[in-house]
Design a protein around this ligand. Structure first.
Ligand code: GDP
Length: 307
């Protein structure tokens, strides 16, 4: 009888890599590392993230055996590519669903990043996977956002719970969730109000909504076009830094959605999000149409960032 352990052992096959006895040295990485640094900055990766990344990859690269027939700079690019993939989570990070009761997904993010659009896109995405969904309109400061969600809901044929603009978002959340439970809905997606800047009122409101919903996923919606400028300034990094007064650590995001990747941005924001927040990007938006939402593939993004 074959023992289970033996049965599932991986075949031991030697990798077809032939080292030619030489290693990457500090000298032969200086020049290509400079180009990589430039490529990362051009891709809108924020400066502190670039600095940390370049230093860490340089340290790792020195001493790595050179593969016969591969130029040192090509090999370095491969190391950088692999590191970028690793840094962005390695593999596709799936959405998490509740074991029982409705799965609640709370969306957060600054105004204009594409939150309301993502809300409907996500409902459509999950509907195609056979899940029944309900959206909850919690952006009470922008009445147009509620109308926009209702229209998008009709477009994707997903119900939208609305309670106007006079009710507190946490109360809307509570009511929406109760309604979803009554209707046995699989997934509830809540749109929340954004601000132009992160501020205390926004964070407090999010915390209240979170308490009301006890969500399975709290996804930060990030506009890929904001890139380095936003990442280097207060508005972006401050929401991730645990030492910041507006830290999302208190909110406890579980992941991010990167929108507007159909724009010219090379998507460096993807690297900043993961590096600074430690949370994976789960989905990306690639256009304004409802079907323009897909899983985030770190491998593809690494290629895009390196150009
Ligand atoms: P919110 O303020 O965060 O709710 O942002 P909206 O959902 O209202 O989106 C702001 C604008 O960005 C709208 O004009 C959307 O059509 C547009 N938008 C949203 N997602 C995408 C995307 O992935 N690609 C492009 N090109 N535009 C998008």
């Amino acid at each position: 009888m074959i023992k289970a352990k033996q049965k599932f052992q991986k075949p031991t096959r030697k990798l077809p890599i032939r080292l030619d006895g030489k290693v990457l040295t500090k000298e032969n990485i200086v020049e290509p590392m400079r180009d990589i640094r430039r490529a990362l900055l051009e891709a809108d990766v924020s400066l502190p993230v670039v600095r940390r990344f370049v230093q860490s990859v340089s340290e790792q690269a020195v001493g790595v055996g050179l593969i016969r027939g591969v130029k040192p700079d090509q090999q370095l690019v491969k190391i950088v590519h692999d590191e970028l993939v690793k840094l962005m989570g390695g593999e596709v990070s799936d959405l998490v669903f509740a074991k029982s009761g409705p799965t609640v997904i709370l969306l957060a993010g600054l105004q204009g990043v594409g939150k309301t659009t993502v809300c409907a896109k996500l409902a459509f995405y999950l509907k195609k996977q056979g899940k029944s969904c309900m959206m909850v309109a919690g952006d009470v400061y922008r009445p147009a956002a509620i109308d926009q969600l209702v229209i998008l809901g009709e477009q994707v044929d997903v119900p939208v719970y609305t309670a106007g603009t006079e009710v507190k978002p946490s109360e809307i959340a509570r009511q929406g969730l109760a309604e979803a439970k009554k209707k046995n809905v699989d997934v509830v997606i809540m749109d929340t109000a954004g601000r132009l800047q992160i501020d205390k009122a926004m964070m407090d409101e999010l915390k209240e909504v979170k308490r009301a919903l006890n969500p399975t996923e709290v996804l930060l919606v990030v506009d890929a076009m904001t890139g380095q400028e936003a990442a280097a300034g207060n508005s972006f990094l401050s929401i991730f830094n645990p030492w910041s007064q507006h830290s999302t650590v208190e909110i406890g995001i579980t992941g991010a959605i990167l929108t507007k990747l159909d724009g010219d941005s090379r998507g460096g924001a993807a690297l900043s999000v993961k590096e600074v927040s430690g949370k994976p990007i789960k989905l990306v938006g690639r256009g304004e149409r409802m079907e323009d939402l897909e899983p985030f593939y770190p491998d593809r993004m690494a290629g895009r960032i390196l150009g």
